[in-house]
Write a protein that binds this ligand. Structure first.
Ligand code: OAD
Length: 272
């Protein structure tokens, strides 16, 4: 649009010339839908559109700690479908890993819990899983650890695992961040990296969930922000230095890679 003072070509040229070196990425469910995990808020395909049979008071209740406390069953009814296993990172994940390999990725904030950025090769010290992970699990009540094997079985069977302490018997929850729970302790410190970024890349998120949704606003004025997403999200597109590539994430990434002259390298990197 005309109020935009920058475009993808200009940004790509600045990356190639070495004047952009501190890229901060922010990702969401949209970068993993092509890997086979539906997102949350897309009108018919998203998880929240499919919850009617579970009779939740509101869709996000399934990930809300106060609700889980008394009704953990809906979460486990869907846990298996949300974690099919053996997923392959998408081209978008590979692009982030390629940025890291080239020393251009300052940091990646992801709201996803599928671990695909890690599988693609983004170093874990450059990643913050803002909404937690599925690697460990604890009783939501007494916080006692719970064995991996029993957790796997519970997810497989769609049954709620309960604390092994007879006196507690609270429902066990993976260490994913539910609504009403704090983000990982590192969040506040890592957030500062955004103000130091010389490019922000926002991919596959509706930016409907705080505080992560506020990260793009922390980018300094005059620093370009690229949105690659099916739809506009947050305030991306409101600043003169914003570039919105609307469409599938993997297509947007291809477009950016093309401008950078990285097309073949990216394809090759993704395959191996
Ligand atoms: P959403 O489902 O809210 O948004 C996904 C965004 O990606 C939407 O704007 C889609 O249009 C877009 N999208 C989907 N597939 C795409 C594709 N292949 N290419 C391009 N765009 C695509 O997911 P998030 O923003 O990640 O948190 O949601 C944030 C948080 O809300 C999640 O981490 C989760 C959820 O409730 C918790 O449960 C705490």
């Amino acid at each position: 649009t005309d109020k935009q003072s920058t475009d993808l070509k200009t940004i790509a040229a600045r990356i190639k010339s070495g004047s952009i070196t501190r890229i901060v990425a922010l990702t969401g469910a949209g970068i993993s839908t092509a890997a086979g995990i539906p997102d949350f808020r897309s009108p018919t395909s998203g998880l929240y559109a499919k919850l009617a049979p579970l009779r939740l008071p509101y869709p996000e209740a399934i990930f809300t700690i106060s609700y889980f406390t008394h009704t953990p069953e809906p979460f486990y009814a869907l846990a298996r479908a949300r974690h099919p296993g053996n997923l392959k990172p998408t081209l978008s994940h590979a692009f982030l890993a390629l940025l890291a390999k080239k020393g251009l990725l300052q940091f990646c904030f992801t709201q996803n819990i599928d671990g695909l950025e890690c599988d693609a090769g983004v170093p874990s010290e450059k990643t913050l899983w803002c909404h937690g992970n599925w690697k460990n699990q604890h009783c939501h009540k007494c916080h006692a650890e719970y064995p991996d094997e029993l957790m796997k079985k519970a997810v497989r069977d769609g049954e709620v695992p309960y604390c092994l302490d007879e006196g507690c018997k609270g429902a066990v929850k993976p260490d994913v961040v539910f609504f009403g729970q704090p983000l990982p302790a590192e969040y506040e410190e890592k957030e500062k990296l955004v103000a130091d970024a010389d490019l922000m890349l926002v991919m596959g998120t509706s930016l409907k969930v705080a505080p992560v949704s506020q990260l793009p606003r922390k980018v300094r004025e005059g620093v370009p922000r690229i949105l690659i997403n099916r739809e506009r999200s947050g305030d991306l597109g409101n600043r003169p230095d914003d570039v919105c590539i609307l469409g599938a994430c993997d297509d947007g990434v291809k477009e950016l890679a093309e401008e950078l002259g990285w097309t073949e390298e990216l394809e090759e990197f993704w395959k191996t």
